[in-house]
Design a binder for this molecule. Sequence first.
Ligand SMILES: OC[C@@H]1[C@@H](O)[C@H](O)[C@@H](O)c2nc(-c3ccccc3)cn21
Length: 606
Amino acid sequence: TYVKYKDPKQPIEARVTDLLARMTLEEKIGQMTQIERANASTSVIEKYFVGSVLSGGGSAPSENASAAAWQEMITKMQKAALSTRLGIPIIYGIDAVHGNNNAYNATIFPHNVGLGATRDPDLVKLIGRATALEARATGIPYTFAPCVAVCRDPRWGRCYESFSEDTKLVQLMTAAVIPGLQGAPRHPTGIPVVAGPKNVAGCAKHFVGDGGTRNGINENNTVLSFHDLMRIHMPPYYDAVIKGIASVMISYSSWNGIKMHENKFLITQILKEKMRFRGFVITDWQAVDKITTPPHKHYYHSIQETIHAGIDMVMVPYDYPEFVADVTAQAKRGAIKMDRIDDAVTRILRVKFAMGLFENPLPDQSLVAHLGSKPHRELAREAVRKSLVLLKNGKGKKDGKPVLPLTKNAKKILVVGTHAHDLGLQCGGWTKSWQGQSGNNFTGQGTTILEAIKSAVDKKTVIDYSEHPDKGNVSKSEDEYDYAVVVVGEQPYAETAGDNLNLTIPGPGPEVIRKVCELVKCVVVLVSGRPLVVEPYLDTMDALVAAWLPGTEGHGVADVLFGDYGFSGKLPRTWVRSVDQLPMNYGDKLYDPLFPFGFGLTTKPA
Ligand SMILES: OC[C@@H]1[C@@H](O)[C@H](O)[C@@H](O)c2nc(-c3ccccc3)cn21
C-alpha cells in the first residue's frame, strides 16, 4: 500500500502531517527523547522509540575509535530505529565545535575566539563545510554547533567558544558557519535546511544570553533589560533562523532570575512565533533536572514547565525511563497538552525529513577518508595563520627594532615553555574528551609549535628546547641565542571548570617569561582561550602574539612567526589591563583597555 510519509516526492509538510497522524503517544514521546550513547542499546531504542542519541563530551565507541568504528556503532543503532513500527530514523548528535573534536585523528580547528580574530567569513564557511564532512565521516549527521554566544566577560569558562564580545562580529560568523555546516538555504524563509548527505544539521546555542551572565559565572544569571538582551544577545539567532538553522539549544543560564529552560516568553513567543523559527528546540544536558535546586528535585513538574515553555527535544540523557513515564502520565492527564507534543514532534520530523534522513538514514562509508584529511589540515593551518594577533613587535629593552618576522637562518635559538610542544594544550577543551588534556599522543595527528618551528628554520640552525628552563641553560645566553620563542598559556578547560576570576597567566608562565626575556630577545606566544593579564610582563617581552587555542595545525603559527605569511589577525575581544575593569566591552563609555577590540599589528611576508 502507498504510504505518503515514505514518499520523498511528497512535500515535507505533507509527510510530517501524514506520519504524525499515524503515531501513538509513546512513539511521539520517543521522538522527544534524546539519550546518551552509553545506554543506547538496540533494545532501549526499540522499546522507547528513541528519536535521538548523542555523544556527550568524549563519549566514543572505544578509545581512539576509527571512523569506521563510529559508523558501525551508529549503523547498529539506526537499524534498531528503522525496525520499529513506523521506522523513524534516529538523529545522532555530537559536539563537533572545532572540527569533529571527539574523534581520534580528526582535524582540530581553532576554537571560535580565534575564528573571530580572522574576520574572514569565507574561511569560516569552509571550516563549517570541512567540519560537516568530518562528522559525516564518522556517520554523524548533527552537531551541537555553532555556539553563537556573545561573551561579554572573559572570566566565563566558555568565552573561547564565543566568536566575539561584539554582536555584529558574532552575527557575521554565525551567518557564515551555518551554511558551511548545513548547506546554503535556497530562500531565506527560516525553513530548516540540510542540503545533502555531506552536510549536517546544526544547533545554534545557547539560547539566549549565555555569554552575558554576572561576572561571567557559567550557567548563572544574565541581568539585562529586554532591549539590551535583544540588542546584544539575540541578533545571532535572527541570522541563524534566516540561514535555516535546524535546531536551537537552550542555555542553562537565567534571564533576570528566570531559568531559560522554562522561559515560555523567549522560547515560544519570541523565537518560535516572532522570529518564526521552524526547527526544533533542544535542552542542554540534564537541563530539565537543573531548573531546580537541588537538580531533579521536582522533575515531574520541571518536565511540564519546560515542555510547556516550548522545549521540543530533551537531552535527558540517562533517566529516560523516568522521563518517558512522566511525560506519558502528564499527556494522558492533559497536564501536558497534546498540541504542544504534536508541535514538538512536528518540528523534529520536519528536520529529519528536510535533511533526507528518511532517504539516507545510514552512515556513508565512502566518506571515512575525510576524517583528518590533508585538505582540511591545510584549511586549519590557514585558519591558524589568520587567527594569530600580533600585540607587540619590538621596542623591547634591547634594540627596539621589530622582532617579527623571525629569521629562519639564525645560528642558535631557544624554544621554551609548557605550551611549545603539547598538542593537547594547543587544542584546549572539547578535544577528544570533554575537558581536553595535555600531552601529544591522545588526539592522533597534529603538529606542535616546536615541531613547526623546527621544520621552518634552516637545517643548520641549532634549536635548544626546554619546557621548563632553569637559570642554568639561559644564563650564559647574552650572545648565544639569536632569539627565544616562549610559548605559555592556559591549561585546557570546558564550561564551569574554566570560570576564572583573576585571568593571570598560569604558572610557570610568568617566571619563564621573566627568566628568558630578560636575557634573550624573546617572542612570547600566548596559548589561551581568552585575553590574560600580561601588563606586568609586557616591558620584558620584545614581541607578544595571542595564539588563542589553535588546534592541531601548529604549522600555522610558524608560518607567521617566520614571515611566510604576514600577521593579519585583529582582536575579537577587548584585552583588559586588569580584571578589576570587568565587565568592559567595545562601545562602553568607560573603555581603557591594554589593547582595544580590533587591535592587531601587521607584518609583511618576509
Ligand atoms: O555535550 C552536550 C552539551 C553541549 O552541547 C553543551 O554546549 C554544553 O553546555 C554541555 N554540557 C554538558 C555536560 C555538562 C556537565 C556534565 C556532563 C555534560 C553537555 N553539554
